[in-house]
Ligand binder design. Structure first.
Ligand SMILES: *Cc1c(COP(=O)(O)O)cnc(C)c1O
Ligand SMILES: [Zn+2]
Length: 406
């Protein structure tokens, strides 16, 4: 077991009650301080005795690997996307395709650690408020762990693939009267009464698992860091996780260069990007967030302040992209690279294109775009943006006529 402390990210106060999610002293978010002395006895190459995946980096994880709850998460491909790179004028562009995780998104990286921790605590029930990938991932890991899972679902739009997964894995999917905040408030009440262990975005164990996406990119590039990492920002736990991974590698002296962390938000849900545009360290929540990219349709991001720190500290950037730019980038990935991602994931590639056009990204940068989730999660959005199947007679001539068209 790696020694670690749960502390307030603002005042450093240590929090020992595992059911507490905010600092009792100042209300700040929690984070985990990992004792890196075990890792410091090793070389990066030593990590490679284990297969690529979250648990290759067990020395950075705050749970005991011996009783991990795992479905072989992580170990996703890092593609050198040459055709995409040529199209956006960034020859050294890479795509880390997180859609190939067990439930189809990077959330699995966080849940293997979060649910392993729940198991250590002896929790019998886990829960989250979510319309999306968090509930899909939690449901799967709860099944694997033999725990009950409650998903608090606000009324409103949900992507069919994600809801189908939560139901399929046997979670109790509770359709709560009200919006997301109401659903989350109810889940929290249950957690406060110790009736379930809450694995929402605020849980500090999840980013620990999510650090592994950055460890893997560095590992897959031959223990080199890219110049820049671009990722979509919703509740902002993931950009914080990526930042934390960089800081831990730096603390070990395993890297000198920290990539410029570049967060992309949808124009209709951009509190972090708005704050960045003004050079602010606090953000103002956005009233009714709207975007086709449902996974980042967040107006009041839980870890928004952490995201701003990650971006400023690494001399990164934060920008918005429109829904049209997101859909165009989603298609570009499909048509140039054979990669099918959900709209939120395409935001990173839309951001790459836009920031190159703006001259923020230099042509010679090595850039890794994290494509967070699988396109099959949200088939409705794909079908709304592609042509219909083509009526065809039962004849070779008719097939030839159709293939001759553009
Ligand atoms: C959760 C999620 C995001 C946003 O991640 P945050 O940690 O909330 O910023 C982006 N894309 C996909 C596919 C997701 O599931
Ligand atoms: Zn505090």
């Amino acid at each position: 077991m790696v020694e670690h402390k749960v502390v307030c990210w603002k005042c450093g106060n240590e929090v020992k009650d595992p059911y507490v999610n905010l600092c009792p002293k100042c209300g700040g978010l929690l984070t985990i301080r990992i004792d890196l002395s075990k890792a410091s006895e090793k070389n990066p190459e030593d990590l490679r005795q284990k297969p690529l995946g979250v648990w290759r980096y067990a020395d950075f994880m705050p749970v005991d690997e011996a009783h991990k709850v795992s479905i072989q998460e992580g170990g996703t491909p890092l593609y050198k996307t040459e055709a995409l790179g040529a199209a956006v004028d960034v020859p050294n562009a890479y795509v880390k395709f997180e859609g190939l995780n067990p439930t189809g998104s990077f959330k699995d990286r966080g849940m293997t650690v979060g649910v392993s921790h729940a198991k250590e605590l002896g929790a019998k029930v886990v829960g989250c408020a979510s319309t999306g990938n968090t509930s899909a991932a939690l449901s799967a890991y709860a099944s694997k762990a033999g725990m009950k899972c409650a998903v608090f679902l606000p009324s409103g739009k949900v992507a069919m693939g994600k809801l189908a997964q939560a139901l399929f894995f046997g979670a109790k999917v509770l359709s709560v009267d009200g919006n997301f905040d109401d659903a989350l408030a109810l889940a929290r009440k249950m957690a406060d009464e110790r009736k379930l262990y809450l694995l929402n975005s605020i849980n500090p164990y999840r980013p620990e698992g999510q650090k592994s996406v950055m460890f893997e990119i560095w590992d897959q590039l031959g223990f080199e860091m890219p110049d820049r990492v671009i990722l979509p920002v919703g509740n902002a736990a993931n950009i914080w996780a990526v930042y934390k991974a960089c800081m831990e590698l730096k603390e070990l002296g395993w890297i000198d260069k920290v990539p410029k962390l570049t967060g992309i938000q949808a124009a209709g849900a951009a509190p972090v990007a708005n704050a960045f545009a003004e050079g602010a360290t606090e953000f103002v929540p956005v009233g009714s967030p709207e975007t086709v990219a449902t996974a980042i349709r967040i107006g009041n991001p839980v870890s928004g302040q952490k995201a701003l720190k990650a971006i400023y500290d690494t001399k990164g950037y934060c920008a918005t992209v429109t829904d049209d730019e997101i859909i165009a980038a989603q298609k570009l990935l499909g048509r140039k690279e054979g990669i099918c991602v959900e709209p939120a994931s395409a935001a990173s590639v839309a951001g790459l294109k836009k920031l190159r056009e703006m001259g923020i990204i230099e042509k010679d940068e090595t850039v890794a775009c994290i494509c967070t989730g699988n396109g099959l999660k949200d088939p409705d959005t794909i079908l709304a943006n592609v042509p219909k199947p083509i009526p065809c007679q039962n004849s070779v001539e008719d097939v030839e006529r159709i293939l001759a068209q553009d």
